[in-house]
Design a protein around this ligand. Structure first.
Ligand SMILES: CC(C)(COP(=O)(O)OP(=O)(O)OC[C@H]1O[C@@H](n2cnc3c(N)ncnc32)[C@H](O)[C@@H]1OP(=O)(O)O)[C@@H](O)C(=O)NCCC(=O)NCCSC(=O)C[C@H](O)C(=O)O
Ligand SMILES: [Mg+2]
Length: 279
């Protein structure tokens, strides 16, 4: 939500979203930047967002506002910073070093917007910064990617599918979370649902949203299916049986089930339990 929109900042206290992104970048006009920074500072300091994770999207450090945004964020300690238009791992290292120098809480994570052609091409190098920085996740920015590439945004996102999958692959290779881009037509619920389904098929952990009306759909589609959770529990129980100790492959409900499926099952159950715990 735009940092300049104080009604949205207030409304966010009751929205059923896992994470709130308070934006100081593209959703805020240049003349409103200082006011938005002040509003975000007050909103985050008040600590009224409960268990929702709070990220502040700061302006680029190359802009007139980036360093002021960073200093404010260090002071109010959000859960993380979302960095726009990242094109290299070194940019993440630079912010990481500034956070350390400013004495930021080591728990404050970094998230990178992947929205420039160079970011997609160099995604492997950007994601690898997870090894030596606070990088926690990647967020697709398809509005900027469309602007930069000239590619058209169609309902099947054909022009972006390769990029989307490259980013998911890189995130998984380096143990990062990965969030799909926004759907601009916030009154088109079937369209949003279709895009959430596609994002889920591609392996995204969730979807970034721009309007409260989009939350229910995204939560429904990205939440684990109860039947899948039940099957995951059956896999965990089956591998725990004494007769299956030391086995690498067993059958569960008629399906070949290997240790990698056990790993997947544990992840699904953990997500499901996190959602019920937060509800
Ligand atoms: C798109 C909007 C400008 C529409 O706003 P509005 O016309 O006010 O919508 P509504 O009248 O339907 O709003 C109903 C109520 O909901 C509140 N509201 C609206 N949006 C939000 C929000 N994002 N968070 C919290 N609350 C919100 C309104 O205040 C109304 O409240 P009430 O008074 O109680 O009725 C607007 O939705 C908006 O600004 N959305 C977010 C835009 C944004 O943040 N853009 C940046 C992120 S997208 C991006 O970064 C793309 C990426 O970088 C890329 O390149 O792709
Ligand atoms: Mg963008």
């Amino acid at each position: 939500m735009p940092g300049a929109n104080t009604r949205a900042l207030e409304k966010a206290q009751a929205l059923p979203a896992d994470t709130l992104i308070l934006d100081l970048e593209d959703a805020v006009a240049p003349e409103a930047k200082a006011g938005a920074r002040q509003a975000v500072q007050e909103a985050v300091s008040a600590k009224n967002y409960g268990s929702r994770e709070v990220l502040i999207r700061i302006n680029s450090l190359d802009s007139a506002w980036g360093h002021h945004d960073l200093a404010m964020a260090v002071a109010v300690e959000p859960d993380g910073l979302l960095l726009p238009k990242i094109t290299s791992g070194d940019q993440l290292r630079q912010v990481d070093a500034l956070l350390d120098k400013a004495g930021a809480d080591p728990g404050m994570g970094l998230w990178a917007m992947i929205e420039m052609p160079r970011a997609v091409i160099d995604i492997r190098e950007i994601a690898a910064a997870a090894q030596d920085t606070r990088l926690r996740g990647l967020v697709m920015g398809l509005n900027d990617l469309a602007l930069e590439t000239g590619a058209l945004t169609t309902p099947d996102r054909a022009a972006f599918q390769a990029a989307l999958m490259m980013v998911v692959m890189a995130a998984r290779a380096w143990g990062l979370l990965v969030i799909d881009g926004v759907y601009n037509d916030f009154r088109d619920d079937p369209g949003l649902a279709r895009e959430c389904e596609q994002g889920r098929v591609f392996g995204f952990d969730g979807k970034s949203l721009i309007h409260p009306a989009q939350i229910e759909t995204a939560n429904r589609i990205f939440a684990p299916d109860p039947a899948d959770v039940a099957h995951a529990r059956a896999i965990i129980d089956a591998f725990a049986l004494p007769e299956n100790q030391g086995k690498g492959v067993i059958q569960v409900a008629g399906k070949m089930t290997e240790l990698l499926h056990l790993q997947q099952a544990r992840r699904l159950v953990a997500i499901s339990e996190a959602i019920s715990g937060a509800a």
